[in-house]
Design a protein around this ligand. Structure first.
Ligand SMILES: Nc1ncnc2c1ncn2[C@@H]1O[C@H](COP(=O)(O)OP(=O)(O)OP(=O)(O)O)[C@@H](O)[C@H]1O
Ligand SMILES: [Mg+2]
Length: 371
């Protein structure tokens, strides 16, 4: 999959930008705060219809402007089509091949990207929500149905939480209505968990192999999807509905007391083990970095397996975080098969032999010139 051209209008610090790209490596360089990440963010938005940096779309609109627009020309194995996102203060419009999409889920995943940003280095050690976000982003791109199931789950969860908050302490608690909400929630929870479980198993296989090589055949990496309660057994997916029913039944008093839904995929987590030891506790910083690199490279291979072609890779300032050997492995994995956009404050320190065929763009205050 390739991005042939990108046009930005009043997006962040870009007034009016129109760039065409090669199939290989594109390097975006320039000083701090000039717009390098903004440009990657625009490409990411074309994939997910949502920024990786903010939940507030209004922030994407250039200060003092009314609306912002991103247009990308995408080329896949079989098609070439434009993707367009327009942000207004009231909302956003998403178009595929010039047609308005009534639901964002119809837009998301038309362009596939894997983003590797400095904040990803927190995936191993940071909060569980980071890890859930990572899983959800990849699944949403490759399985449109998953995204719809997740949105449904979140909607019902919100309703159920509100109900617990409003009526949990009341004597007129409507048990019957609460049961309906719980059954609806369980149905979506089971679906979300099955997708995630399957995804993590597949990712585990790729990541394990890659990590073994990256660590000079020292470390065996395994991923595990952890349920929100030890009473749930995710290996027995056939009985998940019954497991949840029993769990919710036994935790009703706690839920009423805490006025929130205590169990479910919104509280699940992902753990990384190196040679059987929990990496968030025992892994060194270098090992944790290697894990992140391994799962990013695994994501690329997995998306290729699921979609039938390689995604686009966005590397935001991460090369400098990796030592020479890991830089080398990363670049040799992607060379010649994956269109890559890479930002860096300086080109010095990058492995120069890789730069021969790269196109280099210099960015200064939202203006881009090709070197
Ligand atoms: N809505 C907006 N309108 C205008 N300018 C914006 C808007 N949002 C952000 N900016 C500008 O974009 C700049 C940040 O750009 P960006 O994050 O792309 O920098 P960068 O080149 O990646 O820098 P670094 O090397 O530090 O990561 C901010 O300093 C701000 O001036
Ligand atoms: Mg940046």
């Amino acid at each position: 999959m390739k991005l042939k051209r990108l046009k930005l209008t009043n997006f962040r610090n870009y007034d009016d930008l129109d760039l065409s790209f090669n199939d290989g490596l594109t390097i975006l360089t320039g000083e701090n705060a000039q717009g390098k990440t903004n440009l990657l963010e625009a490409i990411f938005l074309l994939s997910m219809a949502k920024s990786h940096r903010t939940n507030i779309d209004k922030e994407l609109i250039q200060w003092d402007s009314e609306s912002a627009k991103i247009i990308g020309e995408v080329e896949t194995k079989n098609y070439e089509f434009p993707l367009e996102l327009q942000f207004q203060k009231k909302g956003k419009v998403a178009r595929v091949n010039h047609l308005d999409q009534p639901k964002l889920s119809l837009f998301i995943g038309k362009l596939n990207v894997v983003l590797f940003a400095p904040e990803d280095l927190q995936i191993v050690k940071g909060s569980p929500s980071l890890r859930r976000k990572f899983i959800d982003a990849e699944l949403a791109q490759s399985h449109p149905v998953y995204l719809q199931e997740l949105l449904d789950y979140n909607r019902i969860l919100k309703q159920r939480n509100k109900f617990l908050k409003d009526f949990g302490h009341q004597s007129n608690f409507d048990e019957l209505y609460f049961e309906v909400l719980t059954d609806q929630l369980i149905e979506k929870a089971v679906s979300v968990i099955k997708y995630r479980q399957d995804f993590i198993k597949k990712l585990n296989d790729y990541a394990g192999e890659i990590h073994y090589e990256l660590s000079n055949q020292r470390d065996k990496l395994t991923l595990s999807y952890d349920a929100s309660s030890s009473k749930l057994n995710y290996d027995e997916t056939d009985t998940l509905t019954e497991q949840f029913q029993a769990l919710f039944k036994s935790s009703i008093d706690r839920e009423k007391y805490q006025a929130t839904t205590v169990y479910g995929p919104h509280r699940d987590d992902l753990s990384f083990y190196l040679n059987g030891k929990l990496a968030s506790h025992f892994g060194s910083q270098g090992q944790q970095r290697t894990i992140v690199l391994s799962i990013k490279l695994a994501e690329i291979e997995l998306l290729n397996e699921l979609i039938g072609e390689y995604p686009i890779l966005l590397l935001d300032d991460v090369l400098s975080e990796l030592d020479d050997q890991r830089q080398h492995i990363l670049m040799s994995q992607i060379e010649g098969k994956i269109q890559t956009f890479l930002t860096t404050a300086t080109i010095e320190g990058l492995q120069l032999e890789r730069l021969e065929n790269a196109s280099i763009f210099y960015i200064e205050a939202g203006q881009v010139t090709q070197e």
